[in-house]
Design a protein around this ligand. Sequence first.
Ligand SMILES: [Zn+2]
Length: 318
Amino acid sequence: MRDKNLSAHTLQMITERVGYFPGHVNIGMVIGNSGAILIDSGLDTQTAKKIKKGLDAIAQPLCAIIQTHAHADHFGGNAYLLGCWPEAQVYAPPLEEAIIRYPILEPIYLNMGAEPLADLRNKFLLGQASRVDHLLPLEGTIEIDGVEFSILSLPGHSWQQAGVVCDDICFAADSYLGEEVLEKHKLPFLVDAHETLLSLNKLKDTSYRGYLPGHGPYITSPIETLNKNIEWHRRIYSVIEEILEEEGTLEEALALLCERLHITMENASSFVLFRTAFMGYLVGLQKEERVVYRFVQNRWLWSKTLANNQDGAEGDER
Ligand SMILES: [Zn+2]
């Protein structure tokens, strides 16, 4: 029985009405007055079918889906679930909702705004489109089916990612990764490392009863995991700075970073994900004035800011 409870997509209850379906992507579940409210819906129809079974087993129709952010693995199950329960309402943060309604935007931005290559049109990057009925507030509370949810703004991993809190349980989306997942991913996906770190520090100041990330285990004291995530991003910052002691293009520096992190990019999907994440780290470093760029012979060259490594070179630094 115990083993069965731990298996993927088997509903785990945390409080009387709050639980989750564990899996590659954890899916939160809250029982409202007239049915279940999901937090994200998983990657695809296959996952969604298991979620439907789980809801049928507790005799709860779906009444709403709250999206934390617009990555295909978090909303790809909507199409099937909304087909089963057409009345269910979908909630998503601003900006993220646009991508959920027009999922082609994800491979478009990953392909630097150009028409996505055929290789980028797979279910991991291009989820099935879903309607979005309501915008979530960026921060604040919202009542859905008689249940009060607090929304936390946790940008960084995506632009307007939302954390969702109900009954003191925090569904933290991909603001942090479970420790094993972090080690597996090596270079976590993000669009702005600076915002990612601010969101991690914001979570460190909270003391909810429990925390569930999109990828990783449910835990009651997240400090160690949050610190590990913070250290991980800071370490990547330092490695990038070391690499950029020698000026290089984004792709040259990315290749060196992957070498240092023991990452092998073998297809277009993983390349564009890592390239975007790398740009997200550069954006963060640039915001902290730790890297600069210039254009030489039609090349966009990045380097570590000199003031940081040449002690008092400019005289103004202290
Ligand atoms: Zn994500």
